[in-house]
Ligand binder design. Structure first.
Ligand SMILES: O=C(O)CCC(=O)C(=O)O
Length: 264
């Protein structure tokens, strides 16, 4: 045990757990709740019922997802992860580790600290240029990059959640590295679950309904090997031209897009 009752190598706080602290506390994970399972079909932009289940034969339109396969090459993936591994990975919740390249934010108090923010990392400039060639990412100005490291040994996962929408804008952009996984979409108070399969080296963009009406999660059972994810976020309208926080937004963008960042 580390100081304050914490377990070494575990970054969990409050209700969140990983395999390390669960075994130390001898907790068992609960059975997952019963669900109505659907799979997202990228070519059709719809969620389709799972064969041989009670959703088989059903489908509904599922807007707000754009999946771009082979967004980076195998060599680029290797180099990116190597570069990330030169820097410290900090322990985070639910068995994840993280590197954050963004301003320090207190979302509850809606306060932003700019001082320690040095921008996005150098290797992301080429990714940003490539992102903008896709219509869905036209005019995308990333102001934060968060790298997450998931590992099956730690039982890494991320609980269903909505991303903030006070500071962060509409498009959430995630690059999936080192292994395939599944992004699970849920709507509170329903049993419906939509699985979006994310191949290794693919980029996924969530916007519109998928961003604002559905929670997203990565379940532990979908982390089979090490997985690294880089999520890029843009500013909300409040921080863009004409918004009340325009000046602050401009300052953050200047820092972010100089690509001189060190993780904070
Ligand atoms: O790992 C992922 O693909 C999702 C990450 C995420 O939801 C987040 O950082 O808020």
């Amino acid at each position: 045990m580390a100081g304050g009752g914490r377990i070494a190598d575990c970054g969990c706080k409050g209700i969140r757990t990983c395999l390390l602290c669960e075994s130390a506390k001898r907790q068992l994970t609960e059975e997952p709740p019963k669900t109505k399972a659907f799979i997202y079909i990228p070519t059709k932009g719809r969620a389709q019922g799972v064969k041989n289940s009670d959703t088989a034969g059903w489908w509904f339109p599922y807007p707000g997802v754009c999946l771009i396969e082979d967004f980076v090459t195998e060599d680029e993936e290797k180099e990116m992860v190597h570069t990330m591994d030169q820097e410290e990975w900090r322990l985070s919740q639910s068995g994840r580790r993280k590197q954050d390249f963004g301003p320090k934010v207190n979302f509850k108090k809606q306060k932003i600290k700019v001082d320690s923010f040095t921008g996005l990392p150098n290797f992301s400039k080429v990714l940003w240029e490539r992102m903008k060639t896709h219509t869905v990412l036209e005019g995308f100005l990333p102001v934060e990059q968060c790298n997450l490291d998931y590992n099956s040994d730690r039982g890494s996962a991320i609980d269903p959640h909505y991303d903030d929408s006070w500071l962060w804008g509409e498009r959430l952009v995630s690059l999936n590295l080192l292994s395939d996984t599944v992004l699970t979409m849920t709507i509170p108070c329903t049993e419906v679950e939509v699985a979006i399969c994310l191949p290794r080296r693919s980029l996924v963009v969530l916007y519109g309904e998928a961003r604002y009406s559905w929670k997203h999660a990565i379940y532990r059972q979908h982390i089979k090997q090490r997985r690294v994810c880089s999520t890029f976020r843009e500013l909300s309208a409040e921080f863009m031209a004409g918004g009340v926080q325009e000046k602050l937004g401009q300052m953050l963008l200047e820092i972010a897009l100089a690509f001189q960042g060190k993780s904070v």
